[in-house]
Design a protein around this ligand. Structure first.
Ligand code: HEC
Ligand code: HEC
Ligand code: HEC
Ligand code: HEC
Ligand code: HEC
Length: 390
């Protein structure tokens, strides 16, 4: 009996001390929790530009590169475009009319709301359902940011791609350090919905959907081609675009016009230009217009013949515009670059070589317009090459 009392008292004391320890631990965790929530709340109540700067204060390289690239500038480029269309310089009445009716919808992709807070939350966390979901909702775009208009200036920013409203989402294989080294609103979590391609689909669905496997291409993940890498092969978080800075020169694998070859046929006196694509694994968005200008010059620099190739989706896009009650937009119908190994051909006829005009060369100059219906004066040149013909 005595033994029983001693054991009971011992167990009771043990229970009391354990409870005490546990309660202390819980209240410590609770304190930490409250502090964390407080920090998350105050982060969430900052103006958007301040939030982005806060992310940038720790992730300095990512911030600097991101702000120089297409996404950090997406709202700025949109504003610039709208100002140009509104100005006296631009005189196409039909496009002005279209813009006046639709300018509210442009913001969705050029400064849309955060993917992981809105669009991606209703989907079960696995890759397959994500793709099926997006395919079923091909026109699903990021919703508009609810915050005031000032929040648009950061364009597509860190939060658009990484933030779920409470913490940061990153690559699936991310392993956090213990103890946590980042603030509670960072505290990254890996997700299968986040990947080097998935993160791009909501706004770049055309490229994703039309992606093909080509023998020349190793990986079809978007960032493998579109992100800049350092000497060690680590991504620097800079995404190439057509307004690239001088300190981010485009790599060879993005120069699609480098695939162009040409030869001179002496019997028919024709220059035959061939373009077999080995670099581009997906269709180009219908409204973009890459243009290549060709000039055949002789040894004295005289131009003997000219030609050009335009890549655009004008015919398809205009049908779509007309089905929505708008007029066809101006511009010259182009072709698309085949993704199946077939070539585009172009010929320049009547090229006569004589003893006194010497060597023949093909001068190639290429660039891109952001929209095929804009005047050719808006082209941004990015490519130049000469091919010896004779
Ligand atoms: C579905 C998403 C989406 C919507 C909605 C959208 N855009 Fe875009 N926009 C893009 C993407 C993606 C690009 C980049 C395409 C590229 O450069 O290859 C782009 C590029 C542009 C560019 C080129 C900017 C540059 O760097 O030269 C302009 C101008 C533009 N959009 C204007 C508009 C206007 C005006 C509207 C509204 C009528 C609009 N966009 C609506 C996704 C969108
Ligand atoms: C267009 C979407 C997008 C935007 C905008 C974006 N990120 Fe990322 N970020 C990614 C993707 C995708 C990865 C994974 C890259 C990889 O695996 O190479 C990534 C990777 C990272 C990484 C991991 C290390 C690295 O550099 O690869 C950090 C840190 C990061 N981002 C911070 C930021 C910050 C800070 C901003 C804002 C200044 C930002 N990101 C804006 C998509 C984005
Ligand atoms: C006070 C500094 C600090 C701030 C502010 C901060 N982070 Fe971080 N971030 C870190 C640290 C430290 C890590 C590494 C965490 C780890 O390894 O466990 C990290 C990790 C990350 C990663 C994962 C890196 C990887 O290798 O995949 C991403 C993405 C990221 N942060 C984005 C952001 C974004 C977006 C913001 C703004 C919402 C932000 N961070 C704010 C310090 C910060
Ligand atoms: C929230 C919408 C959105 C998301 C998500 C997004 N983009 Fe973009 N992207 C745009 C818009 C809008 C532009 C046009 C920016 C401009 O020129 O004004 C753009 C431009 C680009 C360009 C430059 C095209 C050119 O004109 O040269 C590339 C490349 C690109 N995005 C790749 C990606 C990749 C890769 C991802 C995923 C890591 C991604 N984007 C995620 C909306 C988005
Ligand atoms: C094997 C390399 C490769 C892969 C993978 C790749 N691209 Fe591209 N992409 C290119 C090349 C080459 C161009 C043409 C050069 C340019 O405009 O920068 C291009 C052009 C673009 C452009 C500008 C023209 C346009 O269509 O508006 C965007 C935006 C783009 N890609 C987005 C993506 C997205 C999103 C993915 C993933 C779904 C992707 N790319 C995957 C090579 C690639």
């Amino acid at each position: 009996m005595k033994k029983f009392y001693i054991i009971s008292i011992f167990l009771l004391l043990l229970l009391i001390s354990l409870t005490y320890l546990y309660r202390n631990k819980v209240s410590e965790n609770r304190k930490e929790d409250i502090a964390a929530h407080h920090l998350i709340d105050s982060f969430n109540s900052l103006p958007r530009a301040e939030q982005v700067k806060t992310c940038g204060s720790c992730h300095i390289k990512e911030y600097e590169n991101e702000m120089k690239g297409p996404h950090g500038n997406a709202f700025f480029m949109l504003q610039k475009h709208l100002a140009y269309v509104d100005s006296k310089q631009y005189d196409d009445a039909d496009y002005k009319f279209y813009i006046n009716q639709n300018r509210g919808t442009c913001i969705n992709c050029h400064a849309g709301d955060d993917q992981y807070k809105k669009i991606l939350t209703s989907i079960p966390e696995n890759q397959d359902s994500f793709r099926v979901y997006l395919e079923d909702h091909a026109d699903k775009r990021p919703p508009i940011r609810k915050a005031n208009k000032d929040s648009f200036i950061t364009g597509i920013d860190c939060l658009s791609c990484h933030y779920d409203g409470n913490r940061v989402i990153t690559n699936f294989d991310f392993v956090p350090k213990a103890p946590r080294s980042s603030p509670p609103y960072c505290n990254p979590k890996g997700s299968v919905l986040f990947s080097r391609s998935n993160t791009c689909i909501t706004c770049h669905f055309e490229e994703y959907k039309g992606m093909v496997k080509m023998p020349e291409i190793k990986s079809s993940d978007c960032l493998s081609c579109h992100q800049q890498y350092d000497d060690k092969g680590k991504g620097v978080h800079y995404i190439y675009w057509r307004h690239d800075d001088k300190d981010h020169p485009q790599p060879e694998h993005l120069k699609i016009m480098d695939d162009i070859t040409a030869r001179y046929d002496t019997t028919s006196q024709k220059v035959i230009i061939q373009w077999r694509n080995t670099k581009l694994p997906h269709p180009i968005v219908v409204f973009i217009e890459p243009i290549v200008y060709f000039e055949v010059i002789d040894g004295l620099g005289k131009v003997l013949g000219k030609s050009e190739i335009r890549l655009n989706g004008r015919d398809a896009y205009n049908l779509n515009m007309q089905s929505r009650g708008y007029k066809a937009l101006p511009g010259i119908s182009g072709i698309s670059l085949p993704l199946d190994g077939k070539s585009i051909f172009d010929t320049i006829s009547n090229i006569k070589v004589s003893r006194n005009n010497g060597a023949l060369e093909l001068k190639i100059r290429g660039g891109e317009k952001s929209q095929y219906w804009l005047p050719d004066s808006t082209i941004i040149y990015s490519f130049q090459k000469r091919i010896k013909l004779y």
